[in-house]
Ligand binder design. Structure first.
Ligand SMILES: Cc1cc2nc3c(=O)[nH]c(=O)nc-3n(C[C@H](O)[C@H](O)[C@H](O)COP(=O)(O)OP(=O)(O)OC[C@H]3O[C@@H](n4cnc5c(N)ncnc54)[C@H](O)[C@@H]3O)c2cc1C
Length: 510
């Protein structure tokens, strides 16, 4: 019997939310956005852009303020990054230097941990080693502090303890209501995270299609290991889920996460069950007794994922970014990494939208375009969720399948495996991985197909075809003579959609 370890403080509240996501939604969420045909009638808006939500919003806010736009950032609390590090890679962080959001000194300083790389392995299968992926720990508090200082220096206005309450979309501007008064702007950016009221309205209260559940800690007393685990499992599926692990050296200890993917079936585990399993499995995983552990901080999260992502808001003058847009992969809880990937594209696109007055819905949805390389990952997610009512199903089969897929990816080389681990799926790499897994264990793959079901497979085939088509279009149009008038907002956005949608924005670093 494992020793009782009190769960993270936020766990009961998050568990209640996770429970509510599994209930049928009786009512539509309250409307916070109201279109209005009346004109604001003034050309002097309080700001060009209002950003609601400060965590990742400050990155975009700083980039836009640097370009001379008048930005107001609304944060319902105090703008402060959390203590727990975000794991990413140096290559992904480059964008902060390129956009000059941090000085080189600040850029180095916010990278509080470096380690060579991490392990990947499943069940009794082989393990692999990957360098340069998720091998940097960023201090969110330090990062936000520097970005905030630059944002203010570049003329940005920060309104803390200011809660977004609602917006009225007018033909010539947007009116924003907060608990401290009202504001006008040309554009409102929603960066309020997964539980944004604006997104709840846009999704009409639709519950997520699946979730990624995470529990974990940063703790001391664990054996010192200089490297991490990027994607690891050592036990079969249990309690209606397949446990996966991540581990990283951290500034003040070692971070370990137990995570899993779930549909909304009531028999899927609660965070509480996950926490109990985490405490039970951690000693075997890290080679430590619970009594030897000093808990620096305990962590948990529920990451909803929607097939209809990235979210295209149905209104003029409104754009969702960060977690609220659903632009991260359903396979990861790397919302910070997803923001880094899209930050340059987003700040450039918003700059052009403002400069060229392309602020209606048709123009803004192109800033959150369909991404087939996100859509194809749903099949992987479904394959990692154990069936609940199949008595003959082998609980080791998810580990075996993942072993085969990664064996094929590693055989194909770093140009296939690295982008995949950084949430950038590419057509060629995916085709190689799937073909490799099928030829290594045709029976295992064939056995999986009925479980996935024909509708899922047909839908996936459509996204896979789109991935190939996007890559073709990207290659055909990636020529200097096709660089047209910089004023052509729509052509530029289409080309970006193809490039990012097929993962050709990815640069392979050694
Ligand atoms: C345990 C854990 C580990 C993680 N590890 C990683 C990692 O290693 N790498 C990685 O890339 N990502 C990681 N993430 C994910 C990452 O933290 C999120 O993707 C990121 O915080 C999303 O930022 P956001 O600004 O979109 O949303 P949020 O973080 O939810 O922030 C939303 C902001 O909006 C504010 N807000 C909300 N409502 C209002 C309102 N009405 N008015 C004004 N302001 C409002 C909130 O106060 C908050 O500041 C992790 C998350 C967790 C829980």
């Amino acid at each position: 019997m494992a020793e009782f370890v009190p769960p993270p403080e936020a766990l009961p509240t998050l568990d209640r939310w996770w429970g509510s996501l599994r209930q049928p939604q009786a009512e539509l969420p309250p409307a916070v956005v109201h279109p209005s045909s009346a004109r604001l009638g003034s050309q002097s808006w309080d700001a060009d852009v209002v950003i609601a939500g400060g965590t990742l919003g400050i990155l975009l806010g700083a980039a836009l303020a640097k370009r001379g736009w008048r930005v107001i950032l609304l944060e319902r609390g105090i703008l402060r990054g959390r203590e727990q590090e975000w794991n990413t890679s140096r290559q992904e962080l480059q964008v902060l230097l390129e956009l000059e959001l941090l000085t080189p000194r600040e850029w180095e300083k916010v990278q509080v941990t470096h380690y060579p790389g991490g392990r990947i392995g499943f069940g009794d299968g082989p393990s692999w080693w990957v360098e340069g992926v998720l091998n940097v720990g960023v201090d969110p508090a330090g990062l936000l502090e520097h970005c905030k200082a630059h944002f203010l220096e570049w003329g940005g206005q920060l309104r803390e303890n200011t809660c977004f309450l609602g917006a009225a979309v007018h033909p010539d501007g947007i009116g924003i209501q907060t608990n401290t008064g009202s504001l006008t702007a040309q554009l409102l950016v929603d960066a309020m995270g997964h539980r944004s009221p604006l997104v709840a309205q846009a999704r009409r209260g639709q519950p997520p299609d699946s979730v990624c559940l995470v529990v974990g800690s940063c703790a001391q007393g664990l054996p010192d290991q200089p490297s991490g685990d990027l994607f690891y499992s050592f036990t079969p599926a249990q309690n209606g889920y397949q446990p996966f692990w991540e581990a990283f050296p951290a500034r003040d200890g070692r971070t370990t996460y137990l995570f899993t993917y779930c549909d909304r079936d009531p028999e899927r585990p609660s965070l509480h069950t996950l926490w109990q399993d985490y405490c039970q499995l951690l000693p075997a995983y890290q080679g430590v007794e619970l009594t030897q552990i000093h808990w620096v901080r305990k962590l948990c999260g529920v990451f909803p994922a929607y097939r209809r992502s990235p979210l295209q808001l149905p209104w003029d003058r409104l754009l969702a970014v960060g977690d609220s847009s659903g632009s991260q992969s359903p396979l990861s809880f790397g919302g910070f990494g997803a923001m880094l990937r899209h930050l340059d594209r987003l700040q450039q696109g918003i700059h052009e939208a403002l400069a060229q007055r392309q602020l209606d819905r048709a123009a803004l949805v192109l800033l959150q375009p369909y991404q087939p390389n996100l859509a194809v990952t749903w099949l992987f997610q479904k394959a990692m969720i154990p069936p609940l009512r199949e008595k003959t199903w082998d609980p080791d089969s998810i580990n075996r399948l993942l072993s085969r897929v990664f064996e094929a990816m590693f055989a194909a080389g770093p140009q296939v495996v690295k982008p995949f681990l950084q949430d950038v799926v590419q057509f060629g790499g995916l085709a190689q991985a799937l073909w490799g897994a099928m030829s290594r264990d045709p029976r295992l793959v064939a056995g999986l197909l009925p479980r996935l079901g024909l509708p899922e497979l047909v839908e996936w085939a459509g996204h896979f075809g789109a991935l190939g088509l996007f890559e073709l279009l990207q290659r055909l149009t990636d020529r200097p003579e096709l660089e047209t008038d910089p004023q052509d907002y729509f052509w530029k956005r289409r080309r970006e959609a193809w490039r990012y949608g097929c993962g050709q924005d990815y640069k392979l670093f050694p």
